[in-house]
Design a protein around this ligand. Structure first.
Ligand code: NAD
Length: 370
């Protein structure tokens, strides 16, 4: 398929290829939609097999960001940068400063943050060359580690599901199976434990589980056992595609609410099965939008209390998604997509009204001068 035909199909506005021999930078910046504002998105560094694979990933991830920002109520568009290279061996100050130069050249249409393969240090190098870079450390005015805000959003989103299912958002005494004992999980488990939930936890790295068990009481289980736990809530906080043909038949869970990205292996097929099984699923990109809310806050002068307050809004958003799914009898992931699209379309209509007014007042000025 021709590149422009692909962009037509995915609805992308712009794709920028950045190449610099001296630093070795090869990067693609994809801007999907700027209806709501400048495109804000992470920077992924990955050993892509070829340009085609990198472009495909940039297009897929940037489009997802449009929906994530829209449903979170943020005034940002969707974008993503992918750097082709090995994050373990090919990083350098020059590489990320060059990346920063390219970002700066885009004049604010794209604002970069970190993602898989990049970290705070990399963003700080990029920030030396452009103000359109977020995800830098708190010490120099950034938002630092996003995980406390992400975890809080997951926690309140889980409570919204509980309210919808049981008429109370209390998690006291609820049995919750948490997959992954990483950063998001650690903060989430603290909230759950303090509220009196019964936690089951697993990680492929036992050391990670041990760290969490030093501060909270939870039952550690083997990674492959987590899907069969007799618990009411499943919270995937490790990796994607964990809700699939193999795992779904094992579920006794009533709710799926976790921080991991891309939890459903097949959005359409598994979204439908979840609905048929009567499980309440908080769409991943809605419930984990605290991380995005955190970096978005950096652009207004970072304050964690404000970011936390905004992340609290995830409760209401999840409720709205669940209600739409119930009323329209559609999977929750389809409901969130619909709500995001409705917001995009109403904001673009408002934009049209304003440009109409300004065009009219300009004309009025001309007429009155005559
Ligand atoms: P992390 O790397 O700190 O933790 C992930 C943990 O999952 C690790 O301890 C890893 O050993 C474990 N793990 C991997 N495969 C596993 C398996 N098969 N079974 C059990 N455990 C397994 O990452 P994190 O920052 O806590 O993020 C967790 C998830 O949330 C990721 O999918 C990430 O993309 C998503 N997310 C994170 C943020 C954020 O703010 N960090 C924001 C949005 C989404």
């Amino acid at each position: 398929m021709e590149t422009f035909d692909i962009l037509e199909e995915t609805g992308h506005e712009q794709v920028v290829f950045c190449n610099n021999k001296e630093s070795g930078l090869r990067c693609i910046i994809a801007i999907h939609d700027t209806t709501l504002g400048p495109a804000l998105g992470g920077t992924r560094m990955w050993n892509y097999k070829n340009t085609e694979e990198a472009l495909k990933d940039a297009l897929r991830l940037s489009k997802a960001m449009t929906y994530k920002s829209a449903i979170a109520g943020l005034n940002f568009g969707g974008g993503k940068a992918v750097i082709i290279g090995d994050a373990a061996t090919q990083k350098s100050e020059m590489l990320f400063r060059t990346f920063g130069k390219f970002i700066d050249g885009m004049g604010g249409r794209f604002i970069a943050a970190e993602d898989v393969g990049t970290d705070v240090k990399d963003m700080e190098f990029a920030r030396m060359e452009s103000k359109y870079v977020t995800g830098i450390s708190k010490a120099i005015g950034g938002s630092g580690d996003p995980t406390p805000v992400t975890a809080y959003g997951v926690y309140v989103g889980m409570k919204a599901c509980a309210h919808e299912r049981w008429g109370s958002d209390s998690l006291r005494g609820r049995r919750i199976a948490v997959q992954g004992a990483g950063q998001v999980s650690r903060h989430l488990c603290e909230y759950l434990y303090n509220e009196g939930a019964e936690i089951f936890i697993t990680d492929i790295n036992e050391e990670k589980t041990k760290i969490i068990l030093e501060t909270i009481k939870a039952q550690s289980v083997k990674p492959n056992e987590i899907y069969e736990i007799d618990a009411e809530i499943f919270s995937p906080c490790a990796l994607g595609s964990v809700v699939n043909d193999d795992t779904l038949p094992k579920f006794k869970f009533e709710i799926i609410a976790g921080g991991a990205n891309n939890q459903l292996e097949d959005e359409v097929k598994h979204g439908k099965i979840i609905l048929e099984k009567g499980i309440l699923y908080a769409p991943d990109y809605v419930i984990n939008s605290g991380g995005l809310i955190n970096v978005a806050n950096e652009l207004e002068g970072y304050r964690q209390d404000r970011a936390m307050k905004q992340a609290e809004g995830i409760y209401t958003i999840v409720k709205k998604v669940l209600k739409t799914s119930k009323v329209e009898k559609i999977p929750t992931n389809e409901a969130s997509k619909k709500l995001a699209e409705e917001r995009l379309s109403s904001v673009s209509r408002i934009r049209n009204i304003y440009s109409g007014v300004s065009a009219f007042s300009g004309r009025l000025g001309e007429l009155t001068r005559k």
